[in-house]
Design a binder for this molecule. Sequence first.
Ligand SMILES: O=C(O)C(=O)[C@@H](O)CO
Ligand SMILES: [Mg+2]
Length: 261
Amino acid sequence: MPRFAANLSFLFADRALPDRIDAARAAGFDAVEMLFPYEHAPETLAEWLKAADLELVLFNMRPGDWAAGERGLASFPHRSEEFRASVEEALRYAQRLGTRRLHALAGLAQPDDARAASAYRDALAFACDRAGPMGVDVLIEPINGRDMPGYHLASFERAAEIIAALGRPNLKLQFDVYHRQILRGDVIRGLEELMPLIGHVQVASVPGRNEPGTGELDDFAVFAALDRLGYAGFVGCEYRPLGRTEDGLGWMDRAAPLSRT
Ligand SMILES: O=C(O)C(=O)[C@@H](O)CO
Ligand SMILES: [Mg+2]
């Protein structure tokens, strides 16, 4: 079964970050991911993670003003300096924390806006060229318009086209099963077709975005497909627990009965 990473922006969210880290380890995770690490110095985060023997496998570059509704910078031609600074900052964190995957949020711009599309490609090329020599992948994630109305990258086909067009080996697809099911369905066929492009997978039930196994999809069949396809990366648990996180982790025993100690 795949290796699961607890998303610390979603799971154990009723406590402070150091306690979330400890809770993830106590729950049997070896790896974690988060949306944004920037409230804490990378040295502090590194200490907390080391003490819990956890790997931070993914986080996002700064998205602009998240609280004000911004959802990324990469598709705004007039904010390319800010985007580039966010790449450098994320790489500093990644180097200190040993993180090999960074998600670049596209921002809220119409998918058919040609200037936004061109800025997005330029931004991704810059990020990949900076990250490549450091052994870091840059990820792009199609996000459904119900959760994020107006998001620039809302199509798996378009993500695949961008990855092909840019020709950067470290530009990869973040395949979030939840967004895929809402945007497109056909999840297992999507994994089969897109596997060579996939750098990270995330999971949550549909439509509630809760624990795997609580929605319309057979998430366990999806995990089995990842195994069958030889997926060697992580599956981020990016879901909103229905109750206390610990009380809802029974799905992990069903998914990977031998992996929790
Ligand atoms: O919303 C998601 O899905 C994510 O993976 C986030 O990183 C986007 O902010
Ligand atoms: Mg996601």
